[in-house]
Ligand binder design. Structure first.
Ligand code: KG4
Ligand code: ZN
Length: 443
């Protein structure tokens, strides 16, 4: 985090300023190679909670409002900048430093972002020492351009174009899902190895990506070669967590709330067995006397590698309704919620593990990569650890804070691309101008 002893970047690894705004997290990260020297995430989850999900135009507005302060914090920390942000003394010849007309044009559709970012760039460029540090240290800008919510993606793309133009840097448009895969490379040693870009991962690998918007099994033949093996035909895993949470009166995002209850359920089960010495839990007052809820394992035995989670959510809906009707209750009791959350998590994990295991066996994968917000769940992490130990293959898993959306993972993909000699988009070029948000971007 403190790569700031010198003002000029003498490290041969590229330094990348990465931006992620595809959903409800505004995230900016400054990376040197595979290591973040500074990274910040601002989550809007609390704001969206009252809608029970992410509201695209609210997300866009919030990204625009929060982006500049986050950028300032990352640049200050990562590059040791200390200019005065309130210094509006712009008497120095700005046009010689930064093309503000062009930048205003790029930001013209992003009102919340435009005012703050332009003011910020004015202050930065008025301080020649800070501007020099930015220009001399940073080698490229990376930004998520899909998949995700297009109004939200546009904020990051416009900001990235403005910064690439201001600092005259190449721009790398990055696939968010590739970011979730690359998240496992954070802080890894970047030994140079022409075969797989410096990381000693054994290929082929299988990647399981489980987030709020996606559930995908991907064959990974190298860090640049991905092919979708299977995916959800309806809801994503995280979405099933979020919807189930809503059905039992838990707040958005539902993943953490459900998993907290599910771990209580597992603790109760274990305790019940230990206390009584058998599986009869009727005499233990902490326990739900009998199993109330039975949930399906959708597509567990289908021959393909696809998933379906909307049936599970519907099963939860009917289970809740039937229970409330049966007992003439208004709401589930706490022990009932605990059991339902536990049964739900078991059903989800059983399907994920079974399909991933078969994908590994059928492709002869030597490595399993798991990524996406649901991987923040410690029980899910443990289950995949056990699976890979049993299969004798390597497991690559991001740190918990890199499981949910962040910008470091976006910068990591750009690092891999630069190591593979891929060129970024040059400000002013036709491709640079044409870069658009692609909400449905696929591998
Ligand atoms: O990857 P991510 O941050 O955003 C998307 O790209 O979708 O994933 C967010 C999803 C949400 O659905 C959230 O409920 C889920 O990840 N999630 C979890 C946990 N923490 C976040 N799901 C299960 N257990 C968790 N601990
Ligand atoms: Zn994500």
């Amino acid at each position: 985090m403190n790569n700031t002893e010198t003002s000029t970047n003498t490290d041969p690894k590229p330094m990348i300023l990465a931006i992620e705004t595809s959903c409800d997290e505004t995230a900016i990260s400054l990376l040197q190679g595979f290591r973040a020297v500074s990274h910040k995430v601002h989550s809007q989850a609390d704001l969206h909670a009252e809608f029970g999900g992410v509201f695209p135009n609210l997300a866009k507005r919030e990204h625009g409002k929060n982006f500049t302060a986050l950028l300032d914090a990352v640049l200050r920390e990562g590059l040791d900048l200390n200019f005065d942000i309130t210094d509006t003394n712009t008497s120095s010849d700005l046009s010689a430093n930064i093309d503000l007309t062009k930048i205003n044009e790029i930001l013209s559709r992003e009102h919340e972002l435009q005012t703050a970012l332009v003011e910020y760039l004015k202050c930065l460029s008025a301080n020649k020492e800070s501007l020099r540090k930015v220009k001399e240290n940073i080698n490229a800008i990376a930004v998520t351009y899909g998949p995700g919510l297009e109004p939200a993606l546009w904020v990051g793309i416009s900001a990235a174009k403005a910064l690439a133009t201001a600092f005259d840097l190449p721009l790398y448009p990055i696939n968010h899902m590739e970011g979730h895969i690359a998240s496992v490379l954070a802080d890894s040693e970047a030994e140079t190895d022409s075969k797989n870009n410096g990381h000693k991962t054994e290929f082929p690998a299988i990647a399981l990506l489980i987030s709020g918007g996606h559930t995908e099994l991907v064959t990974v033949n190298s860090w640049h070669d991905y092919k979708i093996l299977g995916q959800t035909v309806d809801d994503a895993v995280g979405e099933a967590y979020d919807k189930t949470a809503r059905l039992i009166g838990l707040p958005y995002p539902g993943g953490p709330a459900i998993s907290a209850l599910a771990s209580k359920w597992r603790a109760n089960k274990n305790q019940g067995e230990n206390v009584s010495g058998n599986k009869d839990q009727k005499n233990n007052s902490n326990q739900i006397p009998e199993k109330i809820f039975n949930l399906p394992r959708p597509m567990l035995h289908s021959k393909d590698f696809n998933f379906s989670f909307s049936g599970l959510k519907t099963a939860v809906l009917y289970a809740v309704r039937n229970r409330l009707k049966e007992l003439n209750q208004e709401e589930l009791s706490e022990p009932e919620k605990i059991e339902l959350a536990g049964e739900f998590e078991e059903a989800v994990i059983e399907v994920l593990i079974a399909k991933t295991k078969r994908a590994i066996e059928e492709t002869g994968a030597k490595t399993l990569i798991i990524g996406g917000g649901v991987i923040a769940n410690t029980y899910v992490r443990e289950k995949f650890k056990t699976l890979t130990e049993n299969l004798g293959i390597e497991l690559l898993i991001p740190e918990i804070n890199l499981a949910t959306d962040n910008a470091s993972m976006i910068g990591l993909v750009a690092t891999l691309q630069i190591m593979d000699n891929k060129k970024g988009l040059i400000p002013g070029s036709a491709e640079f101008g044409e870069l658009k948000a692609d909400g449905n971007l696929r591998f």
